[in-house]
Design a protein around this ligand. Structure first.
Ligand SMILES: Nc1ncnc2c1ncn2[C@@H]1O[C@H](COP(=O)(O)OP(=O)(O)OP(=O)(O)O)[C@@H](O)[C@H]1O
Length: 322
């Protein structure tokens, strides 16, 4: 008999607090607390090796935390891993399909493996849903990266999970295929599925209802994108040349000159423009004053991008660890 499901706070798919995981003496996840509402697309961001995959594995009971507690879909992540896994679709970074089986055969195989009733019908429905009908007989190994990921998503949703855990599902996939993949993720969320997705792409972060940013095992920011940007406390100014008189080498020299000035926390080139940010608006303005009076340059107030905010968070976290 399956364990009785604890009644989670209304509409909450995941709620964990104080999660910690170490491998040897390496603390990979430290005091991580997060809450994911049901039906939401929750983006998980952070530099390589920051503990995203480890967290995802703890959430679905594949890894036991050293400390902390939590529930996933109302089940205890420490003691009810089996119940969690029955309701979760997990697409790992190296999700593999059978390269020498056709697309249809792969889906039918997954359906049988999970005991899905009427596996052939279920596979057909998945083919239609993901626009794969025309490719049913193609070998999975011959699909392009984008179609492979779509097939992997199809396999994940075949057993009708309540929660999808997608670990960098679109890494290396072209923009058009990524856009289609995300349209499907939104359609699934609209049907009530909760999706936790890790990504390194900023445009994908902006497609999430909420995001969490994790660096060096610590959760540094969490909330809707606009809220995370507003909470960053960064002020940003864009600098560009008024005409083509300033070439790339001069702009590079300008970058080096500006980034060491007191009051400047970050300078990031975007094509022919520089994105200059600081956390103290008065100090930022003082640092930029000499450039405002230059007739060949134009400085305009701008909103920080999500990328500016993440880079700033990562730097500050690195500094705090020194
Ligand atoms: N089983 C393990 N044994 C030892 N170290 C591990 C193990 N799994 C992960 N690590 C280490 O834990 C750290 C966090 O890894 P994790 O895969 O969780 O990061 P990530 O944020 O998912 O990274 P990426 O964005 O590169 O996928 C890394 O330094 C990794 O080498």
């Amino acid at each position: 008999m399956s364990a009785a499901r604890a009644e989670p706070a209304a509409g909450i798919a995941i709620e964990v607090e104080g999660l910690r995981k170490t491998f040897g003496d390496h603390v990979v996840v430290d005091d991580l607390t997060m809450r994911v509402p049901r039906g939401e697309i929750y983006g998980f961001l952070g530099p390589n090796g920051s503990g995203k995959t480890t967290t995802i594995r703890m959430l679905c009971g594949l890894l036991t935390p050293d400390a902390g507690r939590g529930t996933c879909l109302g089940y205890d992540i420490r003691t009810e891993a089996r119940e969690i896994r029955a309701k979760v679709g997990y697409m790992t970074q190296r999700f593999s399909l059978y390269a020498d089986l056709s697309v249809r055969e792969n889906l039918e195989f997954v359906a049988r493996l999970y005991g899905v009733p009427a596996p052939e019908k279920a596979a057909q429905a998945a083919l239609e849903r993901l626009g794969l009908e025309g490719r049913g007989r193609q070998l999975a190994g011959e699909l392009s990266g984008g179609w492979k990921q779509r097939l992997a998503l199809g396999a994940c949703i075949l057993p009708a999970p309540e929660l999808l855990l997608l670990d960098e599902p679109t890494a290396g996939v072209d923009p058009q295929a990524r856009r289609e993949f995300w349209a499907e993720i939104h359609a699934l969320a609209a049907e009530g599925l909760t999706v936790l997705v890790s990504t390194h792409y900023m445009d994908e972060a902006e497609r999430c209802h909420e995001i969490a940013y994790i660096a060096y095992g610590h959760l540094l920011a969490q909330g809707p994108v606009a809220q995370v940007i507003a909470a960053s406390g960064l002020t940003t100014v864009t600098l560009e040349a008024r005409d083509a008189s300033i070439g790339a080498p001069a702009m590079a020299a300008l970058t080096r000159e500006i980034e060491v000035r007191p009051g400047i926390d970050m300078v990031a080139p975007f094509g022919t423009r520089l994105h200059i940010s600081g956390r103290d608006p008065a100090a930022l303005e003082a640092a930029l004053a000499p450039y405002r009076s230059r007739p060949d340059l134009m400085l305009t107030a701008d909103a920080p991008t999500l990328e500016d905010v993440f880079i700033d968070l990562m730097r500050r976290s690195k500094d705090a660890r020194k």
